[in-house]
Design a protein. Structure first.
Length: 305
């Protein structure tokens, strides 16, 4: 793989896996992922992804912000349109990986509401022990086996039922883990305020770049919002908002039909220069350099496959 100045490899994790089984365009499963890249890379997940680390470890940077280490006997869940930088990986690392399309995921029905609060955003890794580890490995093995069967309407239902069971099991394990580390009653007001703020950034970040807007929406002062977010996440509201805007910027820059000026306007920056300054401040490179690096690296990957 040729190394570029920005050291960026932007691609779907689903597309990068080798020796995997596909079930239509909705599910891929690999039970033998070993050190998938020889250098740090950035993935954009287009789908829901579950990664189970069986051996070794790997460190990631979540949406160019928080660093997360995936150790042996740990499971991590990635949402669609998430940037994950593979910062480091041990030579002996081995993983099971399952990629699930948004179409398939939307058909699942959960016994409890499927969502993650501020604690999951800060700690997205599930530690597995004993029977939980073996059960997760068995789920992966079953999905791998079912993915090898020719598609049919009945097979769709069988796979969806298995996935639904797996996600319910996964969310229950995660709830148990968070309850063990901190009682539910101690989910403080700062955590609640951050969760609300985080939801608002998902809805308004592309149009509203002012912290005052979010504080007014929440009915609190900017000072109180800042204090609550810092207590819950050790980051400022501005850092979370910038991370959200930067995340969307990278996704839009992958669409070559849009110019940088058009993207700047879509993100509600005053001028393309303001957008360029914001992007370079947070990444070290300009939007045009990011786009150039992205396609130079993607072409290199396709050449070597």
């Amino acid at each position: 793989m040729k190394k570029n100045p920005g050291n960026l490899t932007i691609l779907s994790l689903h597309d990068s896996l080798k020796d995997r089984l596909y079930y239509k365009a909705d599910l891929s499963v690999s039970l033998d992922v070993r050190h998938p890249h020889s250098e740090p890379a950035v993935f954009m997940t287009k789908e829901y992804v579950l990664i189970l680390c069986l051996k070794g470890s790997a460190s990631f940077v979540f949406n160019m912000g928080k660093k997360v280490v995936l150790h042996e006997k740990c499971l991590i869940f990635l949402m669609p349109n998430t940037f994950w930088e593979l910062a480091d990986i041990t030579p002996d690392a081995e993983f099971y990986v399952c990629c699930l399309s948004q179409n398939f995921f939307s058909q699942l029905h959960f016994h409890t509401r499927f969502h993650f609060n501020a604690k999951h955003i800060e700690t997205p890794v599930l530690r597995l022990t004993g029977n939980n580890l073996q059960t997760c490995k068995q789920y992966f093995a079953l999905m791998y086996s079912l993915a090898s069967v020719p598609p049919s309407q009945l097979q769709d239902h069988i796979i969806l039922d298995l996935l639904q069971s797996f996600f319910n099991y996964f969310t229950n394990c995660y709830k148990t883990q968070t309850s063990a580390t901190k009682p539910q009653s101690s989910f403080k007001r700062s955590d609640q305020l951050f969760s609300y703020f985080y939801k608002l950034t998902k809805q308004y970040a592309l149009q509203e770049h002012s912290i005052r807007f979010y504080a007014q929406k929440m009915g609190i002062t900017e000072h109180n919002l800042s204090n609550a977010v810092k207590r819950a996440t050790q980051k400022t509201p501005k850092e979370w908002l910038d991370m959200r805007i930067l995340h969307r910027s990278k996704i839009l820059l992958m669409d070559v039909s849009k110019s940088v000026s058009q993207i700047s306007e879509e993100l509600h920056f005053a001028t393309p220069s303001h957008f360029g300054f914001f992007f370079k401040k947070n990444t070290g490179i300009t939007p045009k350099q990011f786009r150039k690096n992205m396609f130079a690296e993607t072409s290199s990957i396709e050449t070597h496959e």
